[in-house]
Design a protein around this ligand. Structure first.
Ligand SMILES: [Zn+2]
Length: 81
């Protein structure tokens, strides 16, 4: 497993900070895919682990395209493993 200079922790943090109204105490984004929108912001689209409905997390990275590449890299590596 490669080391991502803290990106791995950052991705975990994003996964766990989704907004969902279900009563589950711990929820995170699962089975998601990463997209980049027109503004070069990151969109993580998947399911809430608590209720398995569609959930998404938007990350404004428009001013930091490198960050977009890094998060995509983390997700790619995870799928391989
Ligand atoms: Zn939920």
């Amino acid at each position: 497993m490669r080391v991502f200079n803290g990106d791995e922790a950052w991705v975990s943090e994003l996964e766990e900070s989704i907004f969902c109204t279900c009563p589950a105490q711990t929820k995170k984004l699962i089975q998601y895919k990463v997209f980049v929108n027109d503004l070069n912001d990151l969109v993580m689209r998947g399911l809430c682990s608590g209720c398995h409905t569609i959930a998404a997390r938007y990350v404004e990275t428009g001013e930091d395209p490198e960050k977009v590449e890094r998060i995509k890299e983390v997700v790619r590596e995870r799928k391989k493993g």
